[in-house]
Design a protein around this ligand. Structure first.
Ligand code: FAD
Length: 502
């Protein structure tokens, strides 16, 4: 059956990102896109930190960056600062971008380690532009410097989630997406195929479709409540299952830092996401080890200013749907699964879900081959990200609470154990099957949390040593030069994309 009507159920970040992307398909195709959302139910309203592929997603949509940033109180993000993870008092940055660049075909980390063993004690961070700019609260883009010998700056955004959904709504509606307010109360299926044929709203109105994108959040209205797809629970590896979110002012009037902060507490961790005129904060925790009152107290005591709203308490189960594409329903966003917000991967998975959907869509209809491919690729993505997240909890010497005792001693997937073993042996990190996190990401977290490489690629010794050392010096110099000449992050925002005070 030809594809003519696509229905998106849900108007949170996932729903509007999907609708905005599909709206581009309407150009040149006879396609109707309807988005159903219920103001009564609302959205989760959190999810404000992104990672670099999100910047690319805006470009694909054709969104004007400065306009979007101003509309969503946006700031730039160069990475995440982790506090108290490996042990109390620790601090490191997981930067976007790479440590240095390969020399003579050998990954920089290995060259750095080789010279370090020879007595060169410069930290690896000195060779990464994002880390150094973050330390100094600076920001600029590569093209601002008009010099192609300087390292590229990799960045993402911090956004106000509600404002972003509103921004995309305008974008999508302008391109013909029809928004339908109302609560879905019933779902009709074809008795033979089990395909969803229409949804019924509380008003009695029925909306039919050929393909349904379930963006209804944790409840998974179509993928779970209707199709009973099943959920793979990863709580034993990612035990946090609750969060309390609470925005605040920045009382000292300081400019927003160009990074997210993730501070570990005794039964979870706290995020700080700086927007132009406020901070987003939240405490993610495990309710087997802490109750909601204590979690809220800890959050309030560790915020940069006075709260600007009431605490928003959320519950979740870490894991993923057993299938993401089932019959003619594709789950995107929280309806597909959730692995916790630590590395800001949830909006990213919305993004990659949309990319896959757009690539697989055919105006000729829906086939099993599409579903199987979508599911296979998405499972791999989820599992790679899952391992990276588990690493943060497991690579610790913390023994100051029952929560950390559990995380430190839990058994982890074999795929992660192998990754850590290889890194310890000689610093090798293999990026498998297009996995999201790079060698720098894995190395940053492992070294930041006390897992160190004993050796390195033996080819580092075979390089022309003088030339290699010269390159090393040049990289460090370029990073230093660039950071010195960057404006402060606050200044950059004020000039490029100032948002009205809230
Ligand atoms: P929701 O926002 O829940 O939207 C669901 C939509 O479905 C709503 O519009 C609702 O009205 C509609 N709906 C539901 N039922 C019905 C019905 N019966 N009829 C009609 N409409 C219905 N991600 C990141 O990338 N970075 C982060 O920093 C980050 N932080 C997070 C922190 C926490 C504590 C949590 C829980 C999540 C975080 N996430 C983060 C994830 C991020 O919030 C989500 O990926 C994102 O908001 C997408 O949510 P959604 O659109 O899937 O669901």
């Amino acid at each position: 059956m030809a594809l003519k009507n696509i229905v998106v159920v849900g108007g949170g970040t996932a729903g509007w990102m999907t609708a905005a992307a599909l709206s581009r398909l309407r150009e040149g195709h006879d396609l109707n896109v309807t988005l159903i959302e219920s103001e009564m139910i609302g959205t989760v309203g959190v999810g404000e930190a992104t990672i670099p592929p999100f910047v690319e997603f805006q470009r694909l949509l054709g969104v004007e960056e400065a306009e979007m940033m101003a509309a969503v109180q946006g700031t730039f993000k160069l990475g995440i600062q982790f506090e108290n993870w490996g042990k109390l008092g620790d601090s490191y940055i997981h930067p976007f971008g790479n440590y240095g660049y390969p020399i003579g075909g050998i990954t920089f980390l290995h060259i750095w380690h080789h010279f370090r063993q020879q007595g060169d004690n410069r930290p690896i961070q000195a060779f990464n532009i994002e880390t150094m700019a973050a330390y100094f609260g600076k920001f600029a883009k590569t093209q601002d410097m008009r010099r192609d010998d300087l390292p590229p700056v990799n960045y993402a955004y911090h956004i106000n989630a509600t404002a972003y959904a509103g921004f995309l709504r305008k974008f999508a509606e302008k391109r013909g997406v029809v928004r339908q307010e109302g609560k879905v109360v019933d779902v009709q299926q074809d008795p033979e195929s089990g395909f969803v044929t229409s949804v019924k709203l509380e008003s009695g109105q029925t909306i039919a479709g050929d393909l349904f994108v379930d963006c209804s959040g944790f409840r998974g209205l179509l993928i779970e409540q209707t199709l009973e797809t099943g959920y793979e629970d990863w709580t034993h590896w990612l035990p946090c299952n609750r969060a309390v979110a609470l925005p605040c002012n920045r009382d000292d009037g300081s400019p927003p830092p160009p990074f997210t902060r993730a501070t570990a507490h005794s039964a979870g961790w706290q995020w700080q996401v700086p927007l132009q005129h406020r901070n987003g904060n939240g405490h993610v925790y495990c309710d087997a080890f802490m109750d909601a009152d204590e979690a809220t107290d800890i959050l309030v005591k560790n915020m940069a200013g006075k709260p600007t709203a009431e605490p928003n308490h959320l519950r979740f189960v870490t894991g993923r749907r057993k299938k993401f594409w089932n019959k003619n329903v594709i789950a995107i966003g929280l309806a597909a699964g959730f692995m916790e917000p630590l590395e800001s991967t949830s909006i990213h998975l919305i993004n990659t879900g949309i990319n896959k959907l757009m690539a697989l869509l055919s105006m000729d209809g829906v086939t099993e081959a599409q579903a199987n491919t979508f599911n296979r690729l998405t499972v791999k993505e989820y599992e790679k990200i899952r391992d990276f997240l588990i690493l943060h909890y497991n690579a610790t010497t913390r023994d100051d609470s029952e929560f950390w005792n559990y995380c430190r001693t839990m058994s982890v997937p074999d795929s992660l154990t192998e990754k850590v073993e290889l890194f310890k042996m000689n610093g090798q990190v293999f990026r498998e099957e297009d996995e999201l996190f790079t060698e720098t990401s894995w190395a940053a977290v492992m070294m930041g949390q006390g897992i160190h490489m004993r050796g390195h690629n033996a080819m580092a010794e075979a390089l022309d040593q003088e030339k290699a050392r010269h390159e090393l010096d040049e990289i460090e110099k370029s990073v230093r030069f660039f950071v010195q000449h960057m404006p402060g992050h606050g200044q950059y925002l004020a000039r490029y994309c100032p948002a009205p005070a809230m």
